[in-house]
Design a protein around this ligand. Structure first.
Ligand SMILES: CC(C)(COP(=O)(O)OP(=O)(O)OC[C@H]1O[C@@H](n2cnc3c(N)ncnc32)[C@H](O)[C@@H]1OP(=O)(O)O)[C@@H](O)C(=O)NCCC(=O)NCCS
Length: 181
């Protein structure tokens, strides 16, 4: 895998059919439903590519809006929020890395890219946190980046914690744009 990765909005030229991730139907989702979800504005889909071969999808994630009940938020966080019954958050609905690219910090890179986008747009569309419904095997992946439990398989990272994470723990691989000249 190239040391430099670019994240793009899912487009027609991306080859979905060769993306391999049997876990949790995440490969099937990219092949069969991702484009529809984009068309119906159910989710925004972002793919990681090597700029030298941008049609090959190495990994992807999805973002969409979600509303949580204020009462579902841990008490110590409720105090910092407006007293409305619902809290606007961003759902990281899916995140997957092609089986051939695992263990090379691409998952981490995609997670940081998602956090970066959410932080960057939060002054335009307010959101309190990134929320993820983890698969059993992936829970610890999110915990290691500071996500904490909400309920069931659902974890969250408040935006203030996300900002701290981005400052204190930069991702191990660089974006194409960050490539030194
Ligand atoms: C979970 C997943 C996205 C991780 O991607 P990856 O590129 O293989 O992981 P990375 O190389 O970025 O891992 C970064 C760090 O997290 C650790 N890590 C990776 N997967 C982990 C897991 N499931 N549990 C705990 N730690 C994990 C790595 O060991 C690495 O630690 P290090 O910095 O000490 O070396 C990938 O395994 C995947 O696509 N799994 C199937 C789908 C899935 O479970 N998605 C998440 C739920 S939507």
């Amino acid at each position: 895998m190239s040391e430099f990765i670019r994240v793009e909005v899912l487009a027609g030229y991306h080859d979905r059919k060769n993306f391999e991730c049997p876990t949790g139907g995440l490969g099937d989702y990219l092949r069969e439903r991702a484009s529809q979800d984009v068309r119906h504005r159910a989710a925004a889909v972002f793919v990681a590519v090597n700029p030298a071969a941008p049609e090959r999808v190495l990994g992807y994630y999805t973002l969409s809006s979600l509303s949580l009940k204020l009462t579902d938020i841990p008490a110590q966080h409720q105090r910092k929020l407006a007293r409305y019954p619902d809290v606007g958050v961003t759902l990281l609905g899916r995140l997957a890395v092609d089986v051939s690219c695992r263990g090379q910090h691409l998952g981490e890179f995609l997670l940081f890219d998602a956090l970066y986008r959410v932080i960057a747009t939060s002054s335009t569309i307010a959101t309190v946190a990134l929320v993820v419904d983890t698969l059993v095997d992936s829970k610890d992946f999110y915990i290691r980046y500071g996500f904490t439990h909400l309920r069931d398989q659902r974890y969250w990272l408040p935006l203030d914690s996300a900002r701290d994470l981005m400052q204190n723990q930069p991702p191990s691989i660089l974006t194409h744009e960050e490539r030194p000249s």
